[in-house]
Design a protein around this ligand. Structure first.
Ligand code: TRP
Length: 452
């Protein structure tokens, strides 16, 4: 086994740096692109409530657990389980995480590619004089072209590989500290504009007013999947980042801050989208194309829209990049620590392999609809498989691992940084990771399998 001495591991330099990097991973297309359309497809306000319950009750504890596993072991997700539970099959959870990295990045890079196309369009036309139907046509023409979306996807994968290869420390940490606050400001400006549109109230009602008759097993599974996806939990991204967190940092506080930031951005994205959706008469169930039509419509109408369009799509691309990096990093950390590969070789091989699957996802959206499995396009299948199956399953094993495999005192030692911090909610945390979270995840699964 390749051996990397702990002292040589990269680590984040400061508390703010840790939060920025982890929030950079969490905040991405999942918040701005996926959250609004999944909420739209699943009944609006009722979905939001279940989502929030899952973030607080399951998401935060899973995130804390990943940080614990990573920092305790100082390893990638596979090596972490091998080191903390030698000779036991827990390493399979790490392997599942690496598989999930493939499925997530393959469809994620499709949409990340779209953001680059839209960035260029923002520069060249600023969506001036476009209408709802011309924006729809515009997106369809682009998707069905095949060649352009693939090209953008490969460019995006190249950028991701470039940053990962260069190392996480001096890139991501520095970068995310500046970019994340800017993202917040832009979203707030968009929110104000959106709320002032005629008929905006209907959108806010859709987003915030729960209609409990809309809730069924599928909606609950979607909410769980979205919570895992948005928080970047369940596949070992935050095990990997946890292994870069210095011993003195407070893991519980970090997880709470990151989860709050992530949730705030998702809700702000919802406020930017839904008033506009209703004001312009767009179907809230439009699916993945939702933000690529509504936001340009807002830009077209607002003062200074040209600049905001450019700013918005650059930030979206950057938000996506700080997330794709964190996914690729899992595979690269695994290959370089466990398979004796140089970081460079590991990056090239993993980025190339993921791109092959990724191209399939991209083409399945447009010119090659025959690329489908299990009644879904390859793109939708990868999305469903990762968010709704692999991540919750990974999360289930992660909490069980911390709850039942690790020693209670070791968990407390990690959470308190060797006694430096008070751990106020330790008992509650233990009850959640041992019982409540595993039972809740299992119930959601069984319900969807039709077992209960
Ligand atoms: N959370 C990111 C987003 O919302 C995507 C992401 C990054 C992710 N790393 C992950 C999702 C790990 C699941 C697991 O855009």
């Amino acid at each position: 086994m390749a051996h990397i001495p702990t002292t040589e591991r990269d680590s984040f330099g400061s508390k703010i740096g840790v939060i920025a990097a982890a929030a950079g991973s969490a905040i991405g297309l999942g918040n701005i692109w996926r959250f609004p359309y999944v909420l739209g497809n699943n009944g609006g306000g009722a979905f939001l409530i279940i989502y929030l319950v899952f973030v607080v009750g399951i998401g935060v504890p899973v995130m804390i657990s990943e940080f614990i596993i990573g920092r305790r072991s100082q390893r990638n997700p596979y090596g972490a389980f091998v080191k903390l539970a030698p000779g036991k099959p827990w390493y399979l959870v790490g392997i599942m995480g690496i598989l999930a990295a493939f499925t997530i990045l393959s469809f994620y890079s499709t949409i990340a590619g779209w953001t680059l196309e839209y960035l260029i369009e923002a520069f060249s036309t600023g969506f001036q004089n476009m209408t709802k139907s011309s924006l729809n046509d515009n997106l369809n023409t682009f998707i069905n072209n095949g060649y352009r979306p693939v090209l953008w996807q490969l460019i995006f994968m190249f950028l991701t590989g470039y940053v990962v290869y260069a190392g996480v420390k001096n890139g991501i940490e520095k970068y995310t500290k500046i970019l994340m606050p800017i993202l917040l400001v832009i979203i707030i400006v968009l929110d104000v504009n959106s709320i002032l549109l005629p008929g905006a109230g209907k959108g806010l009602t859709f987003l915030f007013k729960p209609d409990f008759s809309k809730i069924n097993g599928e909606v609950v599974l979607e909410a769980l999947g979205q919570a895992f996806f948005s928080l970047s939990i369940g596949m070992g991204t935050l095990i990997t980042y946890g292994s870069y967190i210095q011993k003195k940092e407070n893991l519980g506080n970090t997880a709470v801050s990151v989860s709050m930031a992530d949730t705030l951005i998702a809700i702000l994205a919802g406020i930017a989208i839904f008033p506009a959706v209703f004001s312009f008469g767009i179907n809230p169930e439009a699916g993945p194309s939702l933000v690529f039509v509504t936001l340009p419509l807002i830009f077209e109408q607002m003062t200074g829209g040209y600049f905001f369009a450019i700013l918005f799509f650059s930030l979206l691309a950057i938000a996506a990049l700080t997330s794709t990096i964190s996914v690729l990093e899992v595979v690269v950390a695994y290959l370089s620590e466990e398979r004796n590969m140089s970081r460079k070789k590991a990056t090239v091989i993993s980025a190339a392999a993921i791109s092959v699957l990724g191209i399939g996802c991209t083409l399945s959206q447009g010119p090659a609809p025959q690329l489908h499995i299990l009644g879904k396009s390859l793109f939708d299948a990868m999305d469903f498989l990762s968010a709704n199956i692999l991540l919750p399953l990974g999360g289930l094993f992660i909490v069980l691992f911390v709850g039942w495999q690790l020693k209670r005192l070791d968990v407390l030692d990690e959470l308190s940084s060797g006694g430096q911090h008070k751990v106020a909610f330790f008992r509650v945390y233990l009850i959640i990771v041992r019982f409540l979270a595993p039972i809740a995840i299992l119930l959601v699964f069984l319900n969807n399998l039709g077992v209960i």
